[in-house]
Each structure stands twice: as C-alpha cells, then as structure tokens.
Design a protein around this ligand. Sequence first.
Ligand code: ZN
Ligand code: ZN
Length: 171
Amino acid sequence: MSYLSCPNCGLTISGQAINQDGVLYCCQGCADRTCCSCRVSWSESFRRLEELSRLPANWDSYGAAPISPKAIARAREFLFVLRDAFASHAPEQFMPLNIAPIADGGLQFEWERQNRLLEIEFTADGHTISFVAEGTAPNRRSTGKTGLSTTEALDLVASVLDLPIGSWVSW
Ligand SMILES: [Zn+2]
Ligand SMILES: [Zn+2]
C-alpha cells in the first residue's frame, strides 16, 4: 500500500480527503491553497494547554491524574522552540495535529507525515519522551526514547516533517 500525501502540506491523506479537480488534499484549506486546517493553530494550542491545565483528577473516569504544571510548562516552552525553528519558512506546517492529555498527568503532541507518526510526550515530572512509528503492518517499526533534550526533540520534529531548522538555513 502506498501513501498519498497532500500536495499542499505533505500530510498523509486519510479517510476524508477533499477532491479538487482530481487531486486529493487533506482538507478544504489545502485544496484552496490557503492554510491547512488539520493542525492545531498557534492560538488554539495555548487555549488547549490552558484547558488541559484545568482538567480535574479522574478526567478519563479511570482515575487519571490532573495534568502536571511541569508538563504544561515544558509543552508551552516547546511551542516557542518550534516557532523559532520553523515559523520563518514553514509557518503552517510545524504545528502538531493533536495535543492530548495522558492519564499519568503528562501530555503529548502528535505529528504525522507520509507514513511516519511522531509523538513527543512531556511527562508529569517534566521529562521528554519520543515515540516514532513508521511503515504499515506487518512491517511497522517503532522506536522510542526517554529523557530527550529540547534539541533532540526539535531534531525529531524536523526529521519527521522533513523541514529544515530555520537558523541553519538563514545563517
Ligand atoms: Zn494539506
Ligand atoms: Zn489539512
């Protein structure tokens, strides 16, 4: 099985593609060649973190912990790192597709491009964990790493999204 990616933004096209003149796009925004609406926007991301910071204990009804202020702070900081690295040349492409709470009080950002999925998790105690999955079953491979530095996390985002890091190109 081959992957179809959006010609405007590079996102993997899943179920609900928009067909415009025989070309498939990930969403109407990309079909119009404006901006992709599949990703969390810059302002939405901060709203989302604010929401997550107010989740009560047991938010999943299975005894989940409230999201830790450390995880929220790390996530917020990482958004600025991403913006500094990519905003000048890929303003719409670097934002995650999803920002999700984790039951132990952490949270994660999710990205995807072609056949690669990347999750960066900020744990309740302020550590960073990565998970990368690529390929399809039965050849799906995944790798994970704990205790990532900010630079390592940024490099992973750049590699999965196939975006150069800004300061390298402008230097
Ligand atoms: Zn797109
Ligand atoms: Zn889109």
